[in-house]
Design a protein around this ligand. Structure first.
Ligand code: CAA
Length: 252
């Protein structure tokens, strides 16, 4: 079924409506090299345009979701090169997908790994997960959106602490902070179950729901409410809404 061969990721369909993408650079703790990211973007785009697919799950290994951008690839880079080529700009492609992406995080989600999880729509973590932005220890700062998305997710003080100290937080702490949805054993199975459930809903309303929630990051409250209501109105023109099931709750 999967025609494309990849070297740095594995792509499968654990259920017919879900694409599971697994980072596959175990020896480098799934460091996010440029070749890996190009493959990831290609696989995500394929899943996003495949009519049979309703949701996507991203995961790594037991030991590491991803230990960051590839330090070996980065260490000799010069300003002129990273600036001219807008290094890491293509990381943002995944935030423009229509379909929901769930991150299933075990082990290290550091630097770019943490930022990648933050770009997903939902984060589930196993009790072993550790999140952090260690860039400060390398003389750099987050470059994949961490400094911005963390502020939205956990507030300024906590974001500042993570970015300035490089401290790792546990899955439990990340859950308390509202950075992730929840901590669970068998995190990949749980994520696939959730993705399968989402994929069973009307695709148009799922896409619209993702779009309006994400708009909350960009818009003022008044603009966001207007966008939500207009999108809500638009769904009354869909077949899904006409077929929608209405459950009558019987009072006893
Ligand atoms: N890039 C490239 N290789 C990496 C890597 C990374 N980010 N993280 C780990 N590796 C490699 C190691 O070099 C090592 O390879 P070798 O066996 O060839 O030496 C292998 O993975 C295993 O790593 P360790 O031996 O270090 O494993 P450990 O269990 O002792 O430690 C760890 C695990 C704490 C995660 C440690 O590997 C570590 O600190 N990694 C770097 C984390 C980091 O600084 N990430 C931020 C990168 S910068 C960034 O992401 C920028 C951005 O904003 C986009």
């Amino acid at each position: 079924l999967m025609s494309t061969q990849y070297e740095n990721i594995l792509v499968s369909n654990p259920s017919p409506s879900v694409t599971l993408i697994t980072f596959n650079r175990p020896k480098a703790l799934n460091a996010l090299s440029t070749p890996l990211f190009l493959e990831l973007n290609r696989a995500l785009s394929e899943a996003d345009t495949d009519q049979k697919i309703g949701a996507i799950v991203l995961t790594g290994s037991e030991k590491a979701f991803a230990a960051g951008a590839d330090i070996k690839e980065m260490k000799d880079k010069e300003f002129a090169d990273v600036y001219k080529n807008n290094f890491l700009e293509n990381w943002g492609e995944m935030t423009r997908l229509k379909k929901p992406v769930i991150a299933a995080v075990s082990g290290y989600a550091l630097g770019g790994g943490c930022e990648l999880a933050l770009m997903c729509d939902i984060i589930l973590a196993s009790p072993t997960a550790k999140f952090g932005q260690p860039e400060i220890n390398l003389g750099i700062i987050p470059g994949g959106g961490g400094s911005q998305r963390l502020v939205h997710a956990i507030g300024k003080s906590r974001a500042m602490e993570l970015v300035l100290t490089g401290r790792q937080v546990t899955a439990q702490e990340a859950e308390q902070w509202g950075m992730i949805s929840r901590v669970t054993e068998n995190v990949v199975d749980e994520a696939v179950k959730m993705a399968t459930d989402i994929a069973s809903k009307g695709q148009i309303s799922v896409q619209a729901a993702k779009e309006v929630v994400n708009a909350a990051y960009e818009l003022t409250l008044a603009e966001g409410l207007r966008f939500e209501r207009r999108t809500f109105h638009g769904l009354f023109a869909t077949k899904d809404q006409k077929e929608g099931k209405f459950f009558v709750v019987v009072q006893v």
